[in-house]
Design a protein around this ligand. Sequence first.
Ligand code: AP5
Length: 215
Amino acid sequence: MQLVFLGPPGAGKGTQAAILARELGIPQISTGDMFRAAVRDQTPLGREAQRYMEAGQLVPDEVTIGIVEERLRADDCRDGFILDGFPRTVPQAEALDRILAAAGRPLDRAVEFAIEEEEVVRRLAGRRTCSECGAVYNIYTRPPRQAGVCDSCGGPLAQREDDREETVRARLAVYGQQTAPLIGYYKESGRLVRIDASRTPGEVTAALKEALGVA
Ligand code: AP5
């Protein structure tokens, strides 16, 4: 199954992509995680991406499309993938359609995670991420067993730089201007599925699986 997960920052795309990818045995491809790894390693890509991410802006399309195109060529994408956070602009969506058409395997569905702005601000204020394995927690809704320590690998938990309220507001504005138009793009071509992302993680997973016919 070839899927795109769309929605504002903090809607729960990454949380649900990790669960579904594990169950379906396909990779979760998060452009945000790819950029954060490059920033951590201070590669040329990371140095370029960093200034956009810290300001809550999008990394330029030509850079982002290039890394996704390369990633989709990897062997583990043969049976499908979940794109988490890509595409985020109409040119990225058009490029993805071109890449998949050239490979003869079109996108199955784009899933919209619908949620109110104030709820995502609350969620992102509580998000903590493992610095070692990337596991995602929330101090309010999904706390680790021991404060500040990852349940899975024991690594330290940290707040993402771009989860400060001011940057979250900038990311939400960018979402409204540049990414929300993709909802119409996928709706018009009959590929959109809409999920109410404001419910509990378990309820969202159940709704997602039912909508995709993998329950
Ligand atoms: P990216 O990492 O993709 O961030 P995002 O899309 O803003 O999404 P988030 O990771 O913030 O949220 P999420 O929806 O995955 O929520 P999560 O599951 O973690 O991008 C970061 C930056 O990279 C961008 O700003 C940009 O600069 C750059 N970038 C990335 N892709 C790009 C692209 N394609 N083009 C250009 N630039 C790009 O959940 C959030 C919190 O809520 C967690 O704490 C979680 O535990 C909790 N939670 C999840 N679900 C629930 C629930 N149902 N109930 C209660 N709490 C919940």
